[in-house]
Structure formats: structure tokens, C-alpha cells
Design a protein around this ligand. Structure first.
Ligand SMILES: Cc1cc2nc3c(=O)[nH]c(=O)nc-3n(C[C@H](O)[C@H](O)[C@H](O)COP(=O)(O)O)c2cc1C
Length: 172
């Protein structure tokens, strides 16, 4: 799929998935797209746990309090370090990797949603980290479910160009 088609087609999907496994080769392709993202000082602070074991998937979704279990998911782990002076870039590093992966997921015909806010409730991210053996100094930042959608989601409307961008001066 052409890059601009993938960008146009990408949207969050929270519905059920078809009962079809996602081949590990596709999961690797998606995560490698994450590896290609830029990172502050090229510190590559985001690491990934790819989960396709049904038992582990269920345990994670129990922690999240979600009924819809995907065939696979990618757990993105941020490493808080200061690669330049006292600056932290791990959130931005992780976000860049996630966007690359969202586009890769779309290009391969799968669906996903950037799951982050939900992980910050009641220590859910920490619980997922403990379950997966993530070192204590690293943080489970984002989870991406991956699967073939069983439903269609209505993509949300984006604001028109003239409300969000201008040439040469803010507000036009
Ligand atoms: C930082 C961030 C955190 C998010 N956290 C969640 C989340 O916890 N659960 C969820 O269902 N969607 C989450 N989303 C997805 C947004 O709700 C979604 O991107 C937004 O509604 C726009 O829809 P679209 O992705 O279809 O364009 C998050 C997105 C971002 C960028």
C-alpha cells in the first residue's frame, strides 16, 4: 500500500477481530517499522514485547478490563534515560515508533488502536510490565492490539486544513 493511502486509511479500531492468527512474519515487519523511527540522539529507547500466546493475551486483557481479545499485541516499553544533557526523549521516541507501526499495521490490512491512556489507570501499565518481566526502571507506555478486523469502524473527522495550518503566520 502506498504511504499516503496508509496515512489516509489509518484510524483507531476498537471492535472485535476475526479469529485468524497474525503470522509472526507480519508482526516482525510491523515492529521493524517501529525500529526505523527516529529517536533523540538515536538512543532507540523503545523496546517491544510481541505477545501472541493466548494465555498471556488473556491475562493482559484481564488487567485492562477489556472483553475483546486480539490475536496479537505489541507492548511498547519506554526507557527513561537522558541521552542529551538532562533531556528526556523516551515519550517522543516511543510515539514516533508507534506511528510507524500504526501505518505498517494499516498497510498490511490489520487494525489497531494506540492504547496508552488506559494503561495509566490503576497502575495497569505497571501490572502488564510485571507480568511480562519488564525491568522496573522501564515503563510500559503503549499497547497496540493487532488483528484482522471483524467489523468496520467509522474514522473520525479531522479538522479542515485552514483550521489547523497556515503559511507564514499563525492563524493566517
Ligand atoms: C497519546 C494517545 C493515547 C491514546 N490512548 C488511548 C487509549 O488508552 N484507548 C483508546 O481506545 N484510544 C486511545 N488513543 C487513540 C485516540 O483516541 C484516537 O487516536 C483519536 O480518537 C483519533 O482517532 P483516530 O486514531 O481514528 O484518528 C490514544 C491516542 C494517543 C495519541
Amino acid at each position: 500500500m502506498d504511504l499516503f493511502t496508509a496515512i489516509a486509511n489509518r484510524h483507531s479500531y476498537r471492535g472485535p477481530f476475526q479469529n485468524r492468527p497474525v503470522p509472526r512474519a507480519d508482526l516482525e515487519t510491523i515492529v521493524r517499522a517501529g525500529f526505523q523511527a527516529p529517536s533523540g540522539c538515536n538512543a532507540q529507547t523503545t523496546t517491544f514485547v510481541i505477545v501472541d500466546d493466548p494465555g498471556v493475551l488473556r491475562q493482559i486483557y484481564d488487567i485492562l478490563g477489556r472483553a475483546v481479545i486480539p490475536p496479537a499485541l505489541i507492548v511498547c516499553v519506554a526507557h527513561p534515560v537522558t541521552p542529551f544533557r538532562d533531556m528526556h526523549f523516551e515519550l517522543e521516541d516511543c510515539s514516533a515508533a508507534v506511528e510507524n507501526m500504526l501505518l505498517a499495521v494499516t498497510a498490511l490490512g490489520y487494525a489497531t488502536v494506540w492504547t496508552d491512556g488506559e494503561l495509566r489507570i490503576d497502575g495497569r501499565g505497571e501490572k502488564v510490565g510485571e507480568l511480562l518481566g519488564v525491568p522496573a526502571e522501564r515503563r510500559v507506555q503503549v499497547i497496540l492490539p493487532v488483528g484482522v478486523p471483524a467489523d468496520t469502524a467509522k474514522p473520525p473527522k479531522k479538522l479542515p486544513f485552514e483550521q489547523r495550518a497556515w503559511f507564514n503566520r499563525y492563524g493566517g
